[in-house]
Design a protein around this ligand. Structure first.
Ligand code: NAD
Ligand code: TDX
Length: 329
């Protein structure tokens, strides 16, 4: 089986490639990745049956022959960071919207099975006391340029299924954590700050809730959808991991053996979504179950990974923190 993985040098895509070649001896993986600041070939080092092609998903000449040659396309590539989308939305439109359009056109032309990776952020946010969680029928209501571009890409996929009959599924996942996550994101930023003796930065009051899932659980869910999902259907991926940011910072401080109040409040994110929460019942119907339900244990392993892989993240650290300093974060 030949699998085209877009964005496979990024966080979730790289983890997907690792588990796929580990668990599927017949799989050959081609990674198409632009190697932006977020893509790192080192995340794929030493893997057999993986070919990395540096290129842009928004370029039809690059995409067309790769899709033609594939049995399955799993589309992870994106500009993925909300804070960056507030500083400069432009690449979010090109990659997340135009890039998805180019892939869909190639998939349509060659009749290739397509799975679209998206986010729970397309649904906007929930009140802290809302008893309802996001479901596949929750109306789209994105808040940031990032989530709006992801919402638009989901709409393109749905339209290509309905109008052209492409064989596609969509998944909208909650916040991932685990190895190979870029250190601009909350958990690895906090962990690498503490390794450097710098206090964690909490946006605003820290009461915003995220629904954490280990990246490996995200990826087993993607395979469950690819193998058993209904064409045209949207699946929400989550593992009942709601925690507010204050709780997460304090858990990481405890993991390091530090005082749990040793963090600083910084400027809040404009338009900051308050709470995400996933109702995963349609996914459970496929027989999927999460394997990493103990967040404290998953966090411990993740902290260990960042301690042991400083070579992987160190070159990025100064630039990431310089960018945050400009917004007082
Ligand atoms: P990431 O930023 O770590 O990786 C994105 C990858 O895409 C990078 O390797 C980058 O080089 C590549 N890329 C960017 N623009 C490209 C282009 N034009 N052409 C080819 N490659 C390009 O992102 P991630 O956190 O791994 O997210 C992967 C996907 O999962 C995204 O679609 C994101 O919206 C979605 N998602 C992420 C989370 C999360 O918590 N991180 C949660 C739900 C959904
Ligand atoms: O230093 C920080 N301090 C802080 O309090 C950073 C970097 C973030 N935060 C807060 C903002 C959010 O409430 O932590 C929370 C998580 O922030 P991010 O890691 O930036 O993730 P989020 O904005 O929730 O989006 C993530 O999940 C959904 C991914 O980056 C998206 O790609 C995915 O779609």
């Amino acid at each position: 089986m030949k699998i085209l993985v877009t964005g496979g040098a990024g966080f979730i895509g790289a983890n997907f490639v690792h588990t796929t070649v580990e668990e599927m001896p017949d799989a050959e993986v081609v990674v198409l990745d632009k190697l932006t600041y977020a893509g790192n070939p080192a995340s794929l080092a030493g893997l057999d049956r993986v070919t990395l092609i540096e290129g842009d998903i928004a370029d039809p000449d690059t995409v067309d022959p790769l899709v033609k040659d594939a049995d399955l396309v799993v589309h992870f590539a994106a500009e993925s960071h909300n804070d960056n989308s507030l500083n400069d939305p432009s690449p979010f439109i090109t990659t997340n919207l135009v890039g998805t359009f180019v892939l869909l056109e190639a998939v349509r032309k060659y009749g290739v099975r397509y799975h679209h990776i998206s986010t729970d952020e397309v649904y906007g946010d929930l009140e802290l006391d809302d008893p309802n969680k996001f479901t596949p029928t929750t109306p789209y209501n994105p808040s940031s340029p990032y989530s709006a571009s992801k919402a638009g890409s989901d709409h393109l996929v749905r339209a290509w299924v309905r109008s052209f009959g492409i064989a596609a599924t969509i998944s909208n996942c909650s916040n991932n954590y685990g190895p190979f996550q870029h250190i601009e994101k909350f958990i690895p930023r906090t962990v690498t700050n503490l390794i450097d003796g710098v206090k964690p930065r909490l946006y605003g009051a820290g009461l915003n809730v995220r629904d954490w899932i280990h990246v490996r659980d995200h990826n087993t869910a993607v395979w469950a959808i690819v193998n058993k999902g209904e064409i045209g259907k949207t699946y929400l991926i989550g593992a009942d991991g709601e925690l507010n940011n204050l709780q997460v910072v304090q858990m990481i401080l405890e993991e390091f053996g530090y005082d749990k109040n040793d963090f600083v409040h910084v400027n809040d994110r404009p338009g900051h979504d308050l709470r995400y929460a996933i109702d995963n019942s349609s996914l459970l119907e496929l027989g999927w179950e999460p394997q990493f339900e103990d967040f404290t244990a998953g966090l411990h392993d993740t902290v260990t990974w960042y301690r042991e892989n400083e070579d992987w993240w160190r070159p990025q650290k100064d630039a990431v923190e310089a960018k945050y300093a400009k917004t007082g974060q």
